[in-house]
Design a protein around this ligand. Structure first.
Ligand SMILES: Cc1cc2nc3c(=O)[nH]c(=O)nc-3n(C[C@H](O)[C@H](O)[C@H](O)COP(=O)(O)O)c2cc1C
Length: 236
């Protein structure tokens, strides 16, 4: 969660039992950094670093987590109009997973063809496969389901064909505070990629429902902000 999930925050929630944590999102190139600056100006939380500071910053955050929790895998969620800065970030020594943010729906990010707007780019799968081919970390692609004008299953299959290691799927149903369970199952049934199911998890029941859909794993965002999860993640 941009502006929230830094190393300090993640070290506080790891004791819930998470085996992977995600730093970011971070903007890596000139266009997305400028978009982040505008988002901050209108009062929304963001991480904001200059272009020559951002990768060293992510590296120090990764090291900070690894120094305390060497066995926890660390992912960094990043945005960039061009693939090269993401490939550069994937070289951070102790980083386990680089996560391409094709999910953000803030206007400043979508206006430059990034975030969820990436899903509509004609070169989308080419962009992903370039990163996959040159990355030195595992590659996760974070997408939002049900983005108008896109077919989530087709996108998921494109990401699988591009060779990504994980599909991190925010199975958002725009009409309710709940995941689109039918769509999540459809994606799991029709792909072989490791699907990390995400959206609205706040109970054991929802985690079980995610696994019933066929996910490889699950992730929780808003549920950890309050620090009030009433179950231990490592039970699953
Ligand atoms: C304040 C806030 C900031 C977020 N920032 C990011 C981000 O930078 N990158 C990203 O992929 N998702 C981001 N998300 C989306 C969450 O990671 C997650 O996909 C979404 O909230 C649904 O999961 P949840 O129901 O467990 O919260 C953000 C969500 C919130 C509430």
């Amino acid at each position: 969660m941009a502006g929230i999930t830094d190393a300090e925050f993640l070290k506080r929630v790891i004791p819930y039992g998470f085996d992977v944590v995600t730093l970011g999102g971070y903007s890596l190139d000139e266009k997305t950094i400028e978009a982040s600056r505008k988002i901050i100006e209108r009062g929304r939380k963001e991480f904001h670093f200059e272009i020559d500071e951002v990768i060293p910053h992510i590296e120090s955050e990764v090291n900070s987590i690894k120094n305390s929790y060497p066995d926890v895998r660390v992912s960094a969620n990043v945005r960039s109009a061009l693939p090269e800065p993401i490939i550069e970030a994937s070289k951070i020594e102790k980083l386990d997973i680089i996560e391409i943010n094709c999910h953000c729906r803030q206007d400043e990010i979508t206006a430059i063809g990034c975030g969820q707007e990436m899903l509509k780019r004609p070169d989308f799968t080419k962009y992903i496969s370039k990163i996959v081919d040159e990355s030195e970390s595992e590659v996760s692609v974070k997408i939002r389901a049900n983005v108008e004008g896109t077919d989530t299953l087709e996108i998921a299959q494109g990401i699988e064909d591009a060779g990504a290691d994980y599909l991190h799927l925010d199975a958002m149903d725009p009409n309710v505070f709940d995941a689109d369970w039918k769509l999540l199952k459809k994606v799991c049934d029709n792909t072989d990629i490791k699907v990390i199911g995400n959206n609205s998890i706040d109970s054991r029941e929802k985690i079980m429902k995610m696994y019933d859909c066929g996910v490889y794993g699950f992730s929780i965002a808003r549920g950890v902000i309050s620090g009030s999860l009433n179950f231990n993640i490592s039970d699953f």
